[in-house]
Design a protein around this ligand. Structure first.
Ligand SMILES: [Zn+2]
Length: 362
């Protein structure tokens, strides 16, 4: 039998979460460098300095990560004197800054801690980095990086972040449940994979229970209980699930129709991400496609009712796409890596038929 370890990052959450920084970081070193985006560092700077003042931890510098997570950006950061000198890295931001810090941490063999300043994705907790080319186009997924030693989630900062991040994050997060549970259907699962699939259920339940109120509280800038539950599910639960269901290369239950739908549409020249077509919003619609294709029209209606409450899309035109667009993108959708492990073959006809069904609102 093979020996293996499962390492899942721990977290601290709350409006004063950073106060725990000295306690959880001191075993890894005495000096830290912050790597982050401009807005994220502006939001976190004072709280980080206050939390570490008079403690055993000294923040050497705040270094702007760049504009895109590229291998080139990571190399530039690795040559920065403060980055070289620090014992550990504090990755502050949304997705790209944290992913860039992961590449730096790997190359320099330094521990890193993550400080998500928005609740939109699981970059802070996952061991994956989404790397882009210098021109901003997608380059590759870098899997199996080290995950953060601890995640510090300041809900005060998140409550004051722009609402569209949480809005899109809700869609991308509930997709995790539908995609993982369908991908693993009928499989014999060992302990950690079974744990990941069971845990994915939270990705829809928490959104149904707290999503609507969390959005209201984000709009009002209140770090409420509902916002905390939703933020934790978006940032932490999805990351844990991703790691548990894809520990090795041989079997990855992440991904499914919803993400294949999004990436397929991205191949169309007239499809660009905008305010109504954020990744998580299109993926939220992709879940409706998944349910229709999976023959679960009743569940599709229930999810549409939830989407209506939180203003996520319920019909194809809500994301500015036509049945013809889906037909054009369908050859790309069926080839997408997200469908590599699926219980049945998804065909172009299935996608077009589902799009037609979802083209009109009953
Ligand atoms: Zn996604």
């Amino acid at each position: 039998m093979e020996n293996y370890s499962i390492l899942i990052p721990s977290y601290t959450v709350g409006p004063e979460a950073y106060k725990k920084v000295p306690e959880y970081c001191k075993t890894y070193g005495r000096t830290a460098v912050v790597i982050g985006g401009t807005k994220a560092m502006a939001a976190a700077r004072d709280k980080l300095l206050a939390a570490t003042q008079g403690s055993e931890i000294t923040i050497l510098d705040f270094v702007h990560y760049g504009t895109e997570c590229t291998f080139g950006t990571a190399k530039i950061l690795e040559r920065h004197p403060s980055v070289q000198k620090a014992d550990m890295i504090f990755a502050v931001g949304g997705g790209k800054a944290v992913d860039t810090a992961k590449l730096v941490a790997l190359d320099l063999d330094k521990p890193y801690f993550s400080f998500p300043t928005i609740a939109s994705n699981c970059a802070a907790s996952s061991s994956l980095a989404i790397v882009y080319n210098e021109d901003g186009s997608f380059c590759e997924f870098v899997h199996f990086l080290n995950s953060a030693r601890h995640i510090f989630i300041d809900t005060g900062i998140i409550a004051n972040s722009p609402i569209q991040y949480l809005w899109a994050g809700i869609g991308d997060t509930y997709a995790k449940y539908y995609e993982v549970s369908v991908s693993a259907k009928g499989e014999h699962l060992e302990h950690y994979k079974a744990a990941g699939v069971s845990l994915s259920r939270m990705c829809i339940d928490t959104m149904m229970d707290h999503g609507e109120q969390a959005l209201k509280d984000n709009r009002a800038g209140i770090p409420s209980y509902d916002l905390e539950q939703v933020a934790l599910t978006i940032i932490v639960t999805t990351g844990w699930v991703s790691m548990l269901v894809a520990r090795d290369h041989t079997m990855d239950y992440n991904g499914g129709v919803a993400h294949a739908f999004f990436y397929g549409l991205c191949s169309l020249p007239n499809f660009t991400e905008d305010e109504n077509r954020l990744h998580g919003v299109v993926v939220a619609f992709g879940v409706l496609m998944l349910l229709v294709i999976d023959g679960r029209k009743e569940e599709c209606e229930a999810l549409k009712a939830f989407n209506r409450k939180v203003n996520l899309p319920t019909k194809l035109s809500d994301i500015g796409v036509t049945v013809e667009d889906v037909a054009k993108a369908a050859p790309e959708m069926v080839k997408d890596a997200d469908l590599e492990h699926y219980p049945y073959r998804v065909t172009e006809e299935m996608l077009v038929e589902a799009a037609r069904y979802l083209d009109t609102e009953e």
